[in-house]
Structure formats: C-alpha cells, structure tokens
Design a protein around this ligand. Structure first.
Ligand SMILES: Nc1nc2c(ncn2[C@@H]2O[C@H](COP(=O)(O)OP(=O)(O)OP(=O)(O)O)[C@@H](O)[C@H]2O)c(=O)[nH]1
Ligand SMILES: [Mg+2]
Length: 441
C-alpha cells in the first residue's frame, strides 16, 4: 500500500500545523526531508530538526515516529509539527510527495486503521463523523472570530459613510461657504480607502478558497498542438496518450499536482475541431464544459505552424476567462506570428515548464494567507461585498455629478454594507446624526 501524506490540522488557523504520513516508507521518506543530529530514531520520541522547504530555506520543527503496528493506522506513521500557516504546511506535504508519498484521500487514515483491525467500522464512522463535526465546529468558531472582526470593519466603514453624509448635508445648508469641493475631495478619499479594504478581503478570501480546493486549470487548443504533451510535462510523468494523430484525446483527463504548496487540478481536453466522429464530438462538448469551471485556461497554440480558423474560434470562446497564452513546440522554428503576453514552451524539451507552473499559481493566488487576515468563506457575505464594489464603482463614475446624487449612492453603499452584518434597519441613525450636525452651532 502506498505511503500517504496530508495536513492533519484545520486550514488557516493555529500556531502549529501537523503534517502526517502513514505507510511503510514513512520513516524513510521523513529522513530524506528532515535533517537531524540523531542517527537512530526511536518510536514515540519527539525529535528536533530542520526541513529544507526550498533550496537553502529551512524550517525548524519537531518530528515523531510511531512504529507499526502501534500507531493510529496500524502502519508506520511520522508526524511533523511545524509552524502554523497553510502555505508552509502544504509545502511540507509537497516535499513528502516529491520523495514518494501520495496525497491522502479524505478519511484514508481512518480507513487504513479499520483495514488493519485497529478500529471497528462503526468506530471508524464515528471518528469520521466526529472529525466532520469537529472541523465544522472549528470552522464555525474561527468564522465567528472572523465575523466579529469583519463586523467591526463593516461598522467602521458605515460610520465613515455616515459622517460623509452628514458633511454633505451640511454643505447643502451652507452653499455660501464653498464647501462642496472640500467635501467632495473627502468623499472620494474615504471611498477609495473603503474600496481598498474591501478588495483586500475579497482577494484574500478568494485565495483561501483556492488553497483549500486547488486551482482548476483547463488545457485547450485545436487538435495536435501538444495539449496532452503539455499535461505530461507539467505532471512530470507520461500520463496522457500522445500521438501525431489529430483527435488523440477524446475524453477529458484530470490529474493534480502540487506546486509551491498549491494543488493544481489539470484538465486535458479533446482538441477542438470540426469532426463527424460521435465520440470525439462528445469529447469536444466536454472540453467546452470544462472551460466553464476553469479558474485558468491554458490556451495552447503550435508555434511551428500558422494560425488556423480553429485557433481563432477557440480564442473567441475563452475571451471572458483568465487565459495564459502558450506557444508550444518552440524547439522547432517559429512560424506563428509573435504577439505580446505569450509564454514560449516546449513540451518535448521542458522549456519554460517551471515558469509556467509559477505563472499558474501567481495568476490566481495574489497573497500568502495570513492566519489573522479577514477571510470570508461565506458565499453570501462575499457576494454582498462584491455588490458593495459595484456601488463604489457607481460613486466613482458620479464624480462630476451633483452632491445629492453622490449622497444617494453613498446611502445605497451604506445599506449594502449593512447587509453583511444585518445593520440595515437603523437608518434613522443617519437622521439622528444629521440632526446633531450643524455648522457653527
Ligand atoms: N517538436 C515538438 N513536438 C511536440 C511538442 N509537443 C507535442 N509535440 C508533438 O505533437 C504531436 C501531438 O501531441 P499531443 O500532445 O498528442 O497533442 P494534443 O493537442 O493533445 O492533440 P489532440 O489530443 O489530438 O487534440 C505529438 O506527435 C507530439 O509528440 C513540442 O513541444 N515540440
Ligand atoms: Mg491530446
């Protein structure tokens, strides 16, 4: 049975994370990545040492070894206790995978415990139930903290908007003071700040979701440009069938790999072309479907031949997606006209394959996740925050319009923000504050 690895602590919180391996090669693999003084590892002792996370970058951590059958799964287990943070933990997982581990499926540790007679089936079920309940509870409690902090932030933003509205109102009352310009400048200053804060929350939240689920990457292009070859090059193994016959790939193929601590889910698709073959047609429909769910599209073209109608059609199909333009077969003389924003690769010589991996991750994950960052995993809140962005956009567009239009838009933004925390009813607060605000009094 394969040696498996996974992060055993919940995502995005806590001072430490635990990465756990189970299987007969656990210790062997651990000793390949973990540098320590001791020669002999005794079971159930904690060892201090270093993991080489990247070339020359070390992470000090603790390691403990449980010898089969005296372990949770009944197999050899090694656990690393490392500092908190998802990225770091995922990098450690990646290290273990590089040295021969497979990524564990969910519940696989308990499944093995059951298979090895360590626990009964009903206990296994109970444990899985408990884990789910626990992580849900944990998730909820961490959300509560996040929500508390979020509510504070939203309240603050609403307060700032209320003050703006009050000042606008004052400027109406005293037109002779030439107030409007000053107030307008202030309005846009505040709105810009709110936009920045909200964008940060949205960006972080998106990154968190990608860290959890991985990035979906669809490889598309016309037949024979080397999509399957590119998939193999990215995976570092001959996974997909490659031939010089057009229409080799008929069914979508999914494979994942880790890069920089992020899971990348690749989908190789059938080359898009006109065909009478029924099976291939279904494959092409599937290609178009997987396009929809892709976070990033790798649009592959053959650099050694000229552009075709199909290339242009595909380009049209993906114009709303996040696209990385790939020119493959650059080991051969270039025929295709050069354009900006292209990555020249060769699936045969592996040219720029690592660069491409970096690009996939960097295109999607803009920020390292800080455990203390405000992260929204609640879809409704995230959607509302995006709505707020639309109001902000409208306020920016209204810059040249009169102050009462701007004030109306600000009120709408205020209300939209309130939907996140439920603070929308107290609209009369606004009037209350207005009544208190009076220039010179
Ligand atoms: N010289 C060169 N040949 C390549 C490169 N990449 C792929 N090929 C060749 O191009 C042909 C098609 O490759 P595939 O990977 O099967 O192409 P595909 O886009 O998956 O094709 P379909 O599945 O039919 O849509 C094969 O003969 C590959 O060996 C490359 O970078 N350089
Ligand atoms: Mg193919």
């Amino acid at each position: 049975m394969k040696t498996i690895v996974s992060i055993s602590t919940p995502l995005g919180r806590g001072a430490i994370s635990i990465v756990r391996m189970s299987g007969k090669d656990s210790l062997k693999i651990a000793l390949k990545v973990f540098h320590l003084k001791e020669r002999e590892i005794k079971p159930r002792y904690m060892y201090f040492g270093k993991l080489e996370i990247e070339k020359g970058v070390f992470e000090e951590c603790l390691m403990v070894y449980f010898k089969a059958p005296n372990s949770y799964t009944g197999e050899d287990i090694v656990e690393f206790q490392i500092h908190g943070g998802v990225l770091l933990a995922q990098k450690v997982v990646e290290l273990c995978v590089k040295k021969g581990c497979s990524l564990a499926e969910s519940g696989e540790f308990s499944k093995r415990a059951f298979l090895n007679g360590k626990i009964t089936l009903d206990k296994a079920e109970a444990i899985i139930g408990e884990i789910n309940a626990e992580s849900e509870a944990e998730l909820n409690s961490s959300l509560k903290i996040t929500n508390g902090k979020l509510a504070e932030k939203i309240d603050e933003e609403q307060k700032k908007l209320t003050e703006l509205l009050a000042e606008i109102e004052v400027s109406f009352d005293y037109p002779e003071y030439d107030y409007e310009d000053i107030v307008k400048a202030k309005v846009y200053d505040v709105i810009r700040k709110i936009k920045k804060e909200n964008d940060e929350i949205i960006e972080m939240s998106k990154s968190a979701v990608y860290l959890k689920n991985g990035i979906n990457v669809a490889i598309v292009g016309r037949a024979n440009v080397g999509k399957s070859s590119l998939l193999n090059a990215l995976l570092g193994e001959e996974r997909a069938i490659v031939t010089d016959i057009e229409g080799t790939t008929r069914d979508s193929l999914k494979e994942s790999f880790m890069h920089k601590g992020v899971k990348i889910n690749l989908i190789d698709t059938a080359g898009i072309r006109k065909t009478d073959d029924v099976v291939e047609k279904i494959g092409i429909e599937k290609s178009l479907k997987s396009l929809k769910s892709a976070d990033v599209v790798l649009f592959v073209r053959d650099g050694s031949s000229s552009e075709t109608e199909e290339d242009r059609e595909i380009k049209q199909n993906i114009k709303d997606k996040v696209v990385i333009n790939i020119i493959n077969k650059t080991d051969k003389p270039r025929v295709l006209k050069e354009k900006e924003n292209e990555v020249e690769v060769s699936a045969i010589t592996n040219k720029n394959i690592n660069l491409l991996k970096d690009m996939i991750v960097e295109t999607i994950i803009k920020n390292d996740i800080d455990a203390n960052a405000l992260i929204l995993t609640n879809e409704r809140q995230l959607a509302t925050l995006k709505k707020c962005d639309e109001w902000i956009e409208k306020i920016f567009k209204a810059k040249e319009l009169s102050m009462d239009v701007i004030a109306m838009l600000i009120k709408n933004l205020w209300k939209e923000l309130g939907k996140i925390t439920g603070n929308t009813e107290n609209e009369d607060i606004i009037s209350l504050i207005f009544s208190k605000f009076c220039l010179g009094k």
